[in-house]
Design a protein around this ligand. Structure first.
Ligand SMILES: *[C@@H]1O[C@H](CO)[C@@H](O)[C@H](O)[C@H]1NC(C)=O
Length: 462
């Protein structure tokens, strides 16, 4: 008897010890990043890294560039300024919030069976990839967006197109192009559609009042020379206007049936991954397929929003600043929910979570001189006179017990050396969905596996 209870006691201690070791190692990462401030500022010339996951015959890998940086084929003479970019970011977030809450209200009204479509979010959509449409292939640089589903490009004759950099796609010059008829089930899968002389007409209205309408079509989509999707369905946009810069259109990476992820499911198994570069003067990648060949990726469950099935939800449970876990009730995160979005720039947190993050961050940054707020960013610093700075680490913990330490380029939004701001903002309502934005995703290899319903992260992807 005595030996049994001492054995149990021993076991208890062992478990307690393991639990402690576990706790310690979980919180065990550096409290500060020491960084050369120059590395946070974009350069005037593109430094293409060509970084991408190990080549695999089952994978297609595209180069990702920032729309306004020197690596972009779409660089404008006059880029929008930081305030404009951040204001547009807020329009995108407002659209996401309206869509999530409006649909939630409609859900309560069970009699309403018409899908509500208050507008996909667009706004900034900062990253572009170049893909080929038609036969022979015509290269088109498109915004890639995990927050919407319909892929579209501007098409001739285009009675109402905005100006784009590359020649506008001409369906009559493609031998593999076909219109899709109104009776096709593909037409009824669209959120917004109508019919003109039995040809299916699609429409997408984005939250910032940008829009595209035209014919639903199919044609060959060339991702890479060895990865080609035939009969890819997309919008041939004849009437388009909005904040698309000079991009030819948009690649929709959402979760609904019309998205490229769903259409290419037989080929790539619902797996794609990307790495967003640390500054606008370097490059990243977007890959499709190759699911089992990713190494060092830590996965968290991919959740589904009841009201917005196209968004990728995940379970944010805690935030660490300077290695310390912020004291935020888990219900603060679970009441709002969290999505990950390639097109939102600045991460949004529930108000209680943001204020805890901000006060911890300010405390650890008190040695630096503060700078004026910038649009939605209220915690800014003046680093003039410094060549190296020391900023607290920020880590996000997700369901499944994974902790991702943000890259040192994923904490500040650096407008200039004298105005660098904490790149997070608070939502206005406690029920507004939280968003993991693209600054925080920088340099992670972010893997989406729709079949396994998992989202994974590994550091230093590009
Ligand atoms: C597609 O439909 C539009 C509208 O009916 C028509 O003008 C166009 O010629 C059609 N294109 C093809 C290739 O059938």
């Amino acid at each position: 008897m005595a030996s049994l209870s001492s054995a149990l006691c021993y076991l208890c201690f062992l478990l307690l010890f393991l639990a402690l070791v576990c706790e310690c190692s979980r919180g065990k990462f550096e409290a500060y990043h020491t960084i050369d401030i120059q590395t946070l500022l974009p350069r005037d010339v593109c430094s293409s890294t060509e970084a991408s996951p190990s080549p695999s015959p089952s994978r297609a890998s595209l180069k990702v560039v920032h729309r306004h940086g020197p690596c972009s084929p779409l660089r404008l003479k006059q880029n929008p300024d930081h305030k404009q970019m951040l204001d547009r970011d807020q329009s995108r977030v407002n659209a996401i919030h309206t869509r999530t809450t409006t649909n939630a209200d409609l859900q309560a009204n069970a009699a309403n069976s018409i899908p509500a479509h208050t507008g996909d979010s667009l706004g900034t959509g900062n990253y572009v990839v170049t893909v080929g449409f038609g036969t022979p292939r015509r290269d088109q640089s498109v915004i890639f967006d995990t927050g919407s589903d319909v892929t579209w490009i501007q098409c001739r004759p285009c009675p109402s197109c905005y100006q784009q950099r590359e020649p506008v796609f001409d369906p009559s010059h493609s031998s593999t192009y076909a219109n899709i008829s109104c009776s096709s089930s593909y037409c009824s899968e669209l959120d917004l559609s109508s019919c003109t002389s039995s040809t299916c007409v699609y429409g997408v209205q984005y939250g910032d009042n940008s829009y595209t309408t035209g014919f639903l079509a199919q044609d060959t989509l060339t991702l890479t020379s060895s990865q080609v999707l035939s009969n890819f369905r997309f919008g041939c946009g004849e009437n388009n206007d909005g904040l698309f810069g000079e991009a030819a259109g948009l690649l929709g990476l959402g979760r609904e049936k019309v998205s490229i992820v769903s259409q290419a499911f037989p080929k790539f198994g619902g797996v794609f991954a990307y790495c967003l570069p640390s500054t606008s003067s370097s490059t990243g990648y977007l890959t499709f397929g190759g699911g089992s060949t990713f190494s060092n990726v830590k996965f968290t469950p991919m959740l589904t929003g009841r009201n917005t099935p196209s968004h990728y939800y995940l379970d944010l449970v805690a935030i660490y600043v300077g290695g310390q876990r912020l004291s935020i009730s888990p219900t603060v995160f679970s009441d709002a929910g969290t999505i990950i979005d390639s097109g939102t720039v600045i991460s949004r947190l529930p108000p209680a979570a943001y204020s805890a993050l901000r006060s911890a961050f300010r405390q650890l940054m008190s040695r630096y001189k503060s700078a004026p707020a910038l649009s939605i960013l209220d915690t800014c610093y003046d680093f003039s006179g410094y060549s190296q700075i020391s900023i607290p680490t920020v880590a996000l913990q997700f369901g499944g017990g994974i902790t991702t330490i943000l890259d040192s380029s994923g904490i500040l939004y650096v407008a200039s050396k004298s105005q660098a701001c904490l790149a997070f903002a608070g939502n206005s309502g406690a029920k507004d969905v939280g968003i993991i934005g693209n600054v925080q995703q920088r340099k992670f290899n972010v893997v989406y596996d729709v079949a396994k319903k998992a989202i994974g992260f590994s550091p230093n992807g590009c």
